[in-house]
Design a binder for this molecule. Structure first.
Ligand SMILES: NC(=O)c1ccc[n+]([C@@H]2O[C@H](COP(=O)([O-])OP(=O)(O)OC[C@H]3O[C@@H](n4cnc5c(N)ncnc54)[C@H](OP(=O)(O)O)[C@@H]3O)[C@@H](O)[C@H]2O)c1
Length: 323
């Protein structure tokens, strides 16, 4: 099979298509003939050598989510049959024509969705569901803020929070990105390059904030939280250190939490997949959540796809086509 190989740590040009053996579906796994793979920011970190793959996936093939057709089932795998169209969370190895994945981490391709659209779902939907709803406990009528509103994570969080009945706010770095966030359901998106998001949202107050920026956002986020508010980190692109006052935390009963999905064990991901299928797939079926695929690249053009992601010009998801 062809796969996009990280030939050495470095810039987008280190991604090269090479021949590799087709993986074999192990116990409880299915082999997927991959039609498309979503690109996520952590793939860029892996390419740079800063986010090593876990031991059970190929060390030099990035790709945390795929969509395609089940080709074969490994011993004991019983939910899917050859020919089923699935999208799946993969701990890595997604930028390839075949991937072997735990069958419990697969979900059906939503009715009427293309493989490119379905491949844009698992990593972001699983991450948002776990962090905003399971950890952050976002409820109907609460106020929710997501930073990086136009990112793959952002467009997912905006739509799922809106579908939950929350008031949704976002930040993004251009007027075009802000408009896109508002079209997806954000009541207001603040262009952080033009205004201070803390000033803009101080009168609103927030119950849950999903942050991937960190750095000087941390004290601003904390000041914006209402009593019993929850601040959830999924990254800290501008740094992880941010002082807080424990007395203030106690006074306002704030919760600080966060998580990273990739290192979690297979059983955790299986339980999360089941929860996502129960709670998010009906939202998709009801037409309350749409894919936002910004651009699709052929696998040979993976370097251009990564360069686009690093430019941060995109709105939504970037996808690689394998066929
Ligand atoms: N914890 C987890 O399990 C988990 C899982 C998946 C992703 N993530 C994290 O979630 C974030 C979004 O992922 P994604 O794949 O959706 O990314 P993405 O589409 O590439 O979007 C990232 C966006 O963040 C904004 N940004 C703000 N500060 C930035 C900075 N210092 N450097 C780069 N971008 C910055 C940029 O938008 P503006 O131009 O508007 O600033 C950029 O478009 C990433 O940080 C990723 O590592 C975490």
């Amino acid at each position: 099979m062809k796969a996009v190989i990280i030939t050495q740590p470095g810039g987008p040009e280190v991604l090269q298509v090479q021949e590799r053996p087709v993986p074999v579906a192990g116990p409880g796994q299915v082999l997927i003939r991959v039609a498309a793979a979503g690109i996520n920011r952590p793939d860029v970190a892996q390419r740079k050598g800063k986010y090593p793959a876990p031991p059970d996936v190929p060390p030099d093939i990035a790709g945390l989510e795929v969509a395609g057709v089940v080709e074969a089932c490994g011993p004991g795998a019983s939910r899917w049959q050859a020919g089923d169209k699935v999208c799946a969370l993969a701990g890595g190895g997604g930028y390839a024509q075949y991937a072997a994945v735990d069958e419990r981490h697969c979900l059906p391709v939503p009715e009427g969705w293309s493989f490119e659209e379905a491949a844009s779902l698992p990593e972001t939907v699983f991450t948002v569901w776990h962090n905003v709803f399971q950890r952050g406990g976002l409820r109907s009528k609460e106020n929710f803020l997501v930073h990086g509103g136009s990112s793959g994570i952002g467009i997912t969080a905006i739509q799922l929070a809106k579908a939950r009945g929350a008031r949704v706010f976002a930040t993004a770095g251009t007027e075009e990105k802000c408009l896109a966030c508002e079209e997806l359901g954000a009541e207001k998106c603040i262009n952080y390059k033009l205004s201070d998001f803390e000033d803009s949202l101080m009168k609103v107050g927030l119950d849950v904030i999903l942050d991937m920026v960190g750095g000087d956002y941390i004290p601003k986020n904390l000041r914006l939280l209402r009593p019993d508010g929850r601040l959830v980190f999924i990254n800290a692109m501008n740094g992880g250190k941010g002082g807080f006052d424990a007395l203030d935390l106690m006074r306002r009963r704030l919760t600080l939490t966060g998580s990273t999905l990739r290192p979690r064990d297979a059983d955790f991901k299986a339980a999360l997949a089941a929860d996502v299928e129960k709670n998010v797939w009906p939202v998709i079926a009801a037409g309350e959540f749409r894919s936002v695929v910004y651009k699709v690249f052929d696998m040979e053009n993976a370097p251009a796809a990564h360069a686009l992601m690093e430019s941060s010009e995109h709105i939504g998801k970037i996808v690689l086509r394998m066929e």
